[in-house]
Structure formats: C-alpha cells, structure tokens
Write a protein that binds this ligand. Structure first.
Ligand code: PMP
Length: 449
C-alpha cells in the first residue's frame, strides 16, 4: 500500500494477528508477547550493532540483545563471517568436529571449576542435565532452588521462577507432576537461616542446591557478601553448607557467564568471597557461548562429568549438540571478548546506569539500580531488592509507562520489570546519546500514574 505510513506499525500488527492464529499467544517465548506492558511487539526484520530495525522500518536502540547472547552487538562481522565459512563446510554432522573441542577448551581456560564440559542446545537443557548428574552422583532426589531464580523451563525448576514466570505473576507451571514438585524445595533468595534449617532437617535427602550465580531473572539481585567483602559470600556459604551434607552446588551462569566479567560471576565472586577458595561442583552456561546461535553447556568436576554416557550411567544426548555453526559463532565471539571488550561493556553499563538514575531522580520516580559486575537492572521501587518478594513489590505500572515512552522514542527495553538490561561492545557514545535523549520524557511518563 503506497499510502501507508512506513512507521505506523501496521505490518507488525498484521503479523501479530497472523501469528496469534498459528502460534500460542503469537510468540515462541512468553515475554516477547508484551503481555505485562501491553501493546503489539514490533516484528524484527534485521539488526546491526546496537540497533534493531522492525518490519515497519522503525529503528530502535536495543537493550535486550536477544536476552544476553549479543554481547558484541548484532551481526558482528567476524561472527557472521565465521558462521558463513562454517556453513559452507556443512550444517550438521552428528559426528565429532574440531570446534567442539576448541570451545570446551576456551570455557575451561576461563572458568576454574570447570574441568570437563558438554555442549547442549539451550540453557534449559544445561540445567536439566546438571540436575540429572547431581541426582545420579548423590543417589538423592531433592533439589533446592531459590524464589525468583530462573533456570529455564525445566519441570523441577519452574516453582516460583523468575523471568517470564515472574513477569506474568505465575506461581509455577501447570503440567508439572505433583511428584516432581515434591522433589523441589524453594527457599527465599539469600536466606541463610532457612538454608541452615532445611539442611539440618533434610540434608540427607538433598542432591543439590541450584542458584543463579547472581540472580538476574527477577531483576539483578547480587548475592550478599563476597563482592562487597562483608564476610563469606552467599554462594560460598551455599557450597560449604551443601558439601557438609554430601550435597552438590550448581551455579547457573547461563546469563552471567562471560558477561558479568570475563570469567562470569565466578570471576567476581570466587576470587574474593571470604578467605579461601570455594567452587561449585557443576556450572551451567548458555547465551554468550553460542554468539546468538542455540547453544548451552554444563560442566564442572571431572569425576561428576565422567558419569555421563557412554562412559557412565547418566544418559544425555543431542542430534544437534556441538553443531558446527554454533561452535563457530561461539568461538568468534570469544575471540573478541578480551579485557578491552569487557572494559567497553563496563563503561557503557555504568554510563547508562547513571543516565537512567539521573532521569528518574529528576522526575521524582522511585527507583533503585542494582548491579552484578557489568550486568544491571532498574527496579521501580525506592528500597533495595534482596528477594523475590522485594522485586514483586515494585511499581510495574510505572515501568510499563516508562517502557512504552522509551519504545516510542526508539529505545527497545526488556518488556518486563523483572529483567536485566543488556548492553554490548556496540553501545558506543552515539548510541548512549540516543538513549539519553529518550530518558527524560520516559521518566516523566513513569511519574504520571
Ligand atoms: N538459566 C538462566 C539463569 C537464564 O537466564 C536462562 C534464560 N534466560 C536459562 C537458564 C534458560 O536458558 P534458555 O532460554 O536458553 O533455555
């Protein structure tokens, strides 16, 4: 239609209507539906650097970054070249290929506790498989997780989960059997007394505690201690408590891995958490390690990983696991993630934090910015957020107004108050200036309840 205004969103509207007829709620992952902020999600046509372009020709500065993987920005030329080159040599072999070895070596060289690693196709698969190894190693069934932590849509881990489960205020998920739910115990995040009491009573039944190394799926809620130097860090406390009872600690770094720092959150927490070394037994990864292609990984102590088939009794497999395009994208991403890159990401992150805080303060909007390394999020609440209950107490209405004003001004934020904001090495000064221009108006919109 030659009379159509190219920026009115008509094509996205039309696609969303078509999508809802053939795809549940029109999306393949819940938060994309804009359910908690309202409105029609722009359908994306292309992306480059820090920018997204939708099918209606509207351009946005992207602060979602595909929820983490696009740490070098979109369509990074070296990553795209590596994928093209790999594609020319075949898309999938179902047989060992060199990229798998190099990618495992790269992860192991960065993350001390990982001695052995297996690649899967998503973060969900990584946490699901890590639980299976932990249960096999201990001969126990019970898994302990924290309210507000999200570990993918694994049956056993959906209780009081973050991310989309938090966005839509769901207590868990239908379709999870009662026996599965019984084997999961949920504890408030950071509650050392509750963990001590639970282990005193049921320690002999517990296979593992799983925690996000720094929770970022209820917004960013860094673990207490450790980083701030006030005694034993929460993750180290979990490791010690679990180990004393013969249980394992799994730290989930799907989101924080290779983002919070070069060595993930462990690089921040593991080195300075009290006096002495500590380590999780198993760790999970995803997002950044696939450079935007579908990859996850789990790894840790060699003796535990040796339990996997065919060498051991724990079955785990994947037709596309270790896919050559995915490992090429991951390796080309790692090749660019040096100290310089993390400095750039850190700089963009802290500049943005300051800009947002200044704009919200000027408009009188209650808020708190919380960080875990270079990762951050903004809560629409005036008190620190330490637990999922705190996170749920924020003003999601103010966030929705802020979100839409930013979107109208060309800045694409996570469409949920419970998510981290993602910057990349492509978020340069010019990009940050565009965000700075959008902020005062959006802060005013947030203030106008
Ligand atoms: N664990 C964490 C900490 C995550 O943030 C996510 C995804 N946001 C997952 C697991 C699940 O990863 P995926 O969506 O790739 O299954």
């Amino acid at each position: 239609d030659p009379d159509a205004d190219p920026t009115d969103g008509a094509l996205s509207e039309e696609l969303f209507a078509r999508a809802r007829r053939v795809i549940p709620s029109g999306v393949n992952s819940p938060v994309r539906a804009f359910g908690s902020v309202g409105g029609t999600p722009p359908f994306i046509d292309s992306a480059a650097g820090a920018l997204l372009r939708d099918v209606d020709g509207r351009e946005y500065v992207d602060l979602v970054g595909s929820w983490g993987p696009m740490i070098l920005g979109h369509a990074n030329s070296l990553v795209v070249d590596a994928v093209r080159e790999a594609a020319g040599r075949g898309l999938s072999f179902g047989a060992p290929q060199p990229g798998e070895v190099t990618l495992a070596e790269e992860v192991i060289s960065r993350i001390g506790p990982v001695e052995s690693l297996r690649l899967v196709n998503s973060g969900t698969e990584a946490t699901m498989s890590a639980l299976r190894v932990a249960r096999a190693a201990t001969g126990r069934d019970v898994i302990v997780k924290f309210a507000g932590c999200y570990h993918g849509h694994v049956d056993a881990l959906l209780a009081e989960a973050g991310s989309g489960v938090a966005t839509f205020a769901m207590p868990g998920s239908a379709g999870v059997t009662a026996s599965t739910a019984r084997d999961t115990v949920v504890v408030p995040y950071g509650d050392r007394a509750a963990i001590r009491a639970l282990f005193a009573e049921r320690g002999h039944e517990i296979a593992a505690v799983i925690t996000e190394a720094a929770p970022a799926n209820m917004g960013v809620v860094p673990p207490s201690g450790g980083e701030r130097g006030d005694g034993v860090g929460f993750n180290r406390f979990l490791a010690e408590t679990a180990h004393a009872a013969g249980a394992l600690l799994i730290t989930d770094e799907v989101l924080t891995g290779f983002r919070a720092s070069r060595e993930g959150y462990y690089g921040i927490d593991g080195a300075v958490s009290g006096d002495g070394a500590w380590a999780p037994d198993l760790m999970t990864f995803g997002k950044v390690i696939g450079g935007g292609l579908p990859v996850g990984a789990f790894g840790g102590r060699a003796d535990l990983m040796a339990l996997l088939a065919p060498g051991g009794p724990v079955y785990q497999a994947g037709t596309l696991s270790g896919n050559p395009l995915a490992t090429a994208a991951g390796l080309a991403t790692f090749a660019q993630l040096d100290e310089h890159a993390y400095k750039a990401i850190g700089r963009a992150s802290s500049t943005l934090q300051q800009l947002v805080a200044d704009a919200l303060t000027a408009a009188g909007v209650p808020h708190v910015v919380q960080t875990a390394g270079t990762l951050f999020s903004v809560f629409f609440r005036d008190a620190p957020v330490r637990t999922y209950a705190d996170a749920k107490a924020q003003d999601t209405g103010a966030f929705a107004r802020f979100f839409h004003a930013m979107l109208d001004a060309g800045v694409y934020l996570p469409p949920s108050a419970f998510e981290a904001w993602f910057v990349s090495t492509a978020h340069d000064d010019e990009t940050l200036d565009r965000i700075a221009e959008a902020l005062p108006g959006a802060a005013k919109a947030a203030a106008q309840g």
